[in-house]
Design a protein around this ligand. Structure first.
Ligand code: NAP
Ligand code: MG
Length: 504
């Protein structure tokens, strides 16, 4: 089975055709040796949407071989930066053209509101592709003086080669773009493994790869179970790099597989338990808006989710009241309903995981001042939940929950706030809200995180690097920094004058 299926969008009755095969060499094909399939579920209704082919270890071999061949012949160093730029820009145009349809498909499989998928995830993806299209013909080495009369050295930033890219389900199109855009700009070829939970938009985007005119094998898409296709990519001897976004547990496995196979380069964008600190001088209404965005955006399924909130004791009760009011204003509902600001969480597994944390918070004695109860009926809906007076050793304070669950604690001094904020094994994001400029500078320096937001939260830009400190990851995505993840520096030493006397 590698035939496309026609899906009907429930809200509009509109039909979308989606490929269900593995995308290798610009064609949708069945597995070479497996009949396994992956069922895609609509998290708002719990209904099966369709099934797609689940790639096997052998399929990964075939996809890697296709990517290798393209790298050696039609891509890599065989094509100019101008041409790579042109094709990436074309792809961006096609995604922009199909934004509404892609957004509806994303909503069907992931649950997030259509307007958010279209205007944020896809809008940002188009911009990301264009940003890296701009870099494709500007990847420069250095000319280095060694000896003006006899010798010169220069560097080339060569494409690293065949890249395995393993992406999660929380931003399926966006994470696809963050990975694909810099890799293509640098001249790498790709075997993409989307999450088993949300493979549909990666398959739909693969059609656009063909339409844009990329040569066969440059981008391949192999939906597969993580323990099968993801593991095969990470341990593959002919993959030069693996880029991953997902949980810290899986990131650790990937790094281990890379080390045990061919020491392929690894970049990891992992979990977080990011703090937000609100000081007494802050604009409390604005701070509460950012706090709400920080933990409720994407229904909390966000690696940078600001899930721990520390509030100065002088404003503690007042600020919690404002936050609770803000949380009540967000409607979590079906993503096809225009009034929904957030959708269901992505799967039954995530839903159960979130509620087990909510239970553990209650058991541990944290005070639940909002949410925390299950809704009747179908769909994996979790309402915004706020626990206050939490203690540092509670599981809801230590673990990444990946849902709309906020843990609030108080602090007295700036030093205490920084201490509490940094008391985590993670270091992805951190936010602080204060109208004291010196305090903003001091605290932003002291926070241990790859990204610190001052008087805002969760906003990223394609030209600013993003990544984790501590166990939140290795390497950087976005900005010019991401180019380093997809290039390998070669130094060429050139002698045009020195004679070597021999023997020494
Ligand atoms: P996950 O296991 O990290 O999944 C992310 C990607 O890794 C998926 O494509 C997954 O494939 C793949 N994968 C799984 N096992 C693998 C292996 N052994 N080798 C290589 N690739 C593998 O995340 P999850 O299980 O879906 O979610 C669990 C938790 O991870 C969440 O609750 C959340 O805390 C965290 N998470 C973080 C992010 C983030 O943005 N940082 C994103 C997603 C999840 P399959 O989908 O086929 O398993
Ligand atoms: Mg998984």
């Amino acid at each position: 089975m590698a035939k496309p299926v026609t899906l009907t969008i429930p809200a509009t009755g509109k039909q979308i055709t989606v490929p269900t095969g593995l995308f290798i060499n610009n064609e949708f094909v069945p597995s070479v040796d497996s009949t396994e399939t992956i069922q895609c579920i609509n998290p708002a209704t719990e209904e099966v949407i369709c099934s797609v082919v689940a790639g096997s270890e052998r399929d990964i071999d075939v996809a890697v071989a296709a990517a290798r061949k393209a790298f050696k012949t039609t891509w890599g160093k065989n094509v100019t930066g101008f041409e790579r730029s042109r094709l990436i820009n074309k792809l961006a145009d096609l995604i922009e053209r199909d934004a509404q349809e892609l957004a509806e498909l994303e909503t069907l499989n992931n649950g997030k509101p259509v307007k958010i998928a279209r205007d944020f995830d896809i809008g940002d993806s188009v911009q990301c592709l264009r940003y890296y299209a701009g870099w494709a013909d500007k990847i420069l080495g250095q000319a280095i003086e060694v000896d003006n009369k006899t010798k010169l050295a220069f560097t080339r930033h060569d494409p690293i080669g065949v890249c395995g890219q393993i992406i999660p389900w929380n931003y399926p199109i966006n994470m696809w773009s963050w990975k694909v855009a810099p890799a293509l700009a640098c001249g790498c070829t790709i075997v993409m493994k989307p999450s088993e939970i949300t493979p549909l938009t990666a398959l739909k985007l693969s059609e656009l790869i063909v339409e844009a005119g990329f040569p066969p094998g440059v981008v391949n898409t192999v939906p597969s179970l993580g323990s099968v296709g993801g593991a095969a990519l990470s341990s593959h001897k002919d993959v030069d790099k693996v880029a991953f976004t997902g949980s810290t547990v899986t990131g650790r496995k990937i790094m281990e597989a890379a080390a045990k196979s061919n020491l392929k380069k690894v970049s990891l964008e992992l979990g977080g338990k990011s703090p937000q600190i609100v000081f007494e001088s802050a604009d409390l209404d604005q701070a509460a808006n950012w706090v709400a965005l920080g933990i409720l955006y994407n229904t909390g399924q966000d690696c940078t989710a600001g899930s721990r909130l520390f509030v100065q004791d002088t404003i503690y009760e007042r600020f919690i009241e404002i936050v609770v009011q803000k949380f009540k204003q967000l409607k979590i509902g079906n993503g096809f309903d225009e009034s929904s600001g957030g959708g269901p969480v992505v799967s039954k597994m995530q839903y159960d995981k979130i509620f087990s944390y909510i239970e553990s918070g209650k058991q541990a004695g944290a005070r639940c001042v909002l949410g925390g109860e299950k809704r009747p009926g179908k769909g994996y809906f979790v309402d915004p939940t706020v626990f206050v007076d939490v203690k540092p050793d509670m599981k809801i304070v230590r673990d990444e929950i990946f849902g709309p669950v906020l843990a609030v604690a108080r602090f007295a001094t700036e030093e205490e706030a920084v201490e509490l904020a940094n008391d985590t094994s993670y270091g992805l994001g951190a936010g602080l809200h204060s109208n004291d400029a010196s305090q903003c500078m001091r605290v932003s320096q002291a926070l241990e995180a790859g990204t610190v937001w001052v008087n805002q939260y969760n906003l990223l830009n394609n030209n600013v690097p993003f990544g984790g400190k501590k166990q939140s990851g290795i390497g950087r995505e976005l900005g010019s920094y991401a180019l380093e993840e997809y290039t390998s520096v070669k130094a060429i030493h050139w002698n045009y004058g020195e004679k070597l006397d021999w023997p020494l």
